[in-house]
Design a protein around this ligand. Structure first.
Ligand code: NAI
Ligand code: MG
Length: 358
């Protein structure tokens, strides 16, 4: 298969880990007889420095015609003086919105070699495998009005959803559950928010189309507790933008390192943007020590969700797990008795595993 991938390395460790993902994709192309072509574009602080805007028009256009987009990370102290609307991070919100990437998928699974690094007891995290499906382009982060009154005495943000916006993300949740263990937890705040009441109604409506999926509703505060006290309870969680933002970061600590976690942001036609969950890690940028695995696992999600390459995606995931199980790790991973590698060496280990598949 021939596929065209847009690369948005961004800031900080972004370019370092992007190089790793590309090396792994090249190995996949070689092993499975595909042809991936790459075009690099600017976003975030990198785009501010070069084009004076966090999201150049050219970047949006390139992404719109691509088969998929891979993103590193954006942001850093260098640009912290800028207003929110012109910040590196606004480039990220902007590209998700411009491409209509309404469904954010964040898998959280426990890796056996890393389990002891989790702040939770091993017996709680063992076997943890959760998929969080978060609405990404609406809700509180985009609702209008939003802003301060002229005299600074009042401020407002608006939680706004249309029926259609809720329906399409809820359907994504059901579809994900159907392909997994068939359990869907819808998270809301229906005891307080009208938007959550409508969300609950829509989940109930859609549930009729998915008799094979068991549905439960949980209030977001209760769900936040349960993620820590009994994470294995969950299979798929579907929720609105801000609740999903918070719960997915909470869930991310279960695995022991933020450097391991991938994500996908999708729209209905299969176009997707794939990025690690972590930020630009300015504290270690340029040192060649960033963990590339979250970025590499994001590339694996791209193979699966945008290209339908399930076997290839599984091969990458297995190469990553084998790499960890052999004791190889980067400085952020607390693996007992192993080799601490820099970014490039870690990538090489994953590529070696891919190339020596039996
Ligand atoms: P961060 O995720 O960049 O870093 C948090 C901690 O985790 C740091 O100690 C960092 O060194 C470590 N870390 C993160 N990724 C790592 C990796 N791959 N390998 C090894 N260690 C890793 O979050 P932080 O420090 O809160 O934010 C830094 C900048 O990134 C900010 O400007 C923030 O706005 C931005 N950010 C961007 C995101 C994105 O592009 N999607 C998401 C989160 C934050
Ligand atoms: Mg977050």
């Amino acid at each position: 298969m021939k596929k065209q991938v847009i690369l948005l390395p961004g800031d900080g460790v972004g370019p370092e880990i992007m190089a790793g993902a590309k090396a792994v994709l090249d190995a996949v192309a070689m092993e499975f007889n595909h042809e991936f072509t790459y075009h690099e574009h600017a976003i975030g602080g990198d785009a501010i420095d070069r084009f004076d805007t966090p999201l150049p028009e050219d970047t949006i256009k390139a992404c719109q015609t691509a088969d998929a987009v891979l993103l590193g990370a954006v942001g850093g102290p260098k640009w912290s003086g800028r207003p929110a609307s012109g910040s590196p991070e606004s480039g990220l919100l902007g590209i998700r919105k411009a491409l209509g990437l309404f469904a954010n998928l964040r898998p959280v699974q426990s890796f056996t070699p890393l389990m002891h690094a989790s702040p939770l007891k091993t017996e709680l995290v063992a076997g943890c495998d959760i998929m969080i499906v978060r609405e990404l382009t609406s809700g509180l982060y985009f609702g209008r009005p939003s802003g301060r009154s002229a005299d600074g005495s009042e401020v407002v943000d608006t939680l706004h959803y249309t029926r259609e916006e809720i329906e399409r993300i809820v359907v994504r949740g059901f579809e994900a559950a159907r392909k997994r263990k068939g359990r869907l937890t819808s998270v809301d705040k229906a005891n307080v928010l009208e938007s959550s009441r409508m969300w609950r109604e829509i989940v109930e409506e859609k549930a009729r189309d998915y008799p094979d999926v068991t549905v439960e509703h949980q209030l977001v505060d209760a769900a936040a507790m349960k993620l820590i006290t009994n994470p294995r309870h969950f299979d798929v969680i579907v929720t609105e933008n801000m609740f999903g933002d918070i719960l997915s970061d909470e869930a991310s600590v279960l695995t022991g390192s933020i450097g391991m976690l991938p994500s996908a942001s999708l729209r209905a036609d299969g176009l997707g943007l794939y990025e690690p969950v972590h930020g630009s890690a300015p504290d270690i940028a340029g040192e060649g020590i960033a963990n590339p695995l979250g970025m590499i696992l994001s590339a694996a999600m791209m193979l699966k969700y945008s290209f339908g390459m399930e076997e290839e995606a599984e091969a990458v995931e297995k190469a990553v797990i084998d790499c960890l199980e052999a004791g190889n790790h980067t400085h952020d991973l607390d693996v007992k008795n192993g080799n601490v590698f820099g970014t490039d060496m870690m990538v090489r280990k994953v590529v070696e595993n891919l190339s020596s598949r039996s």
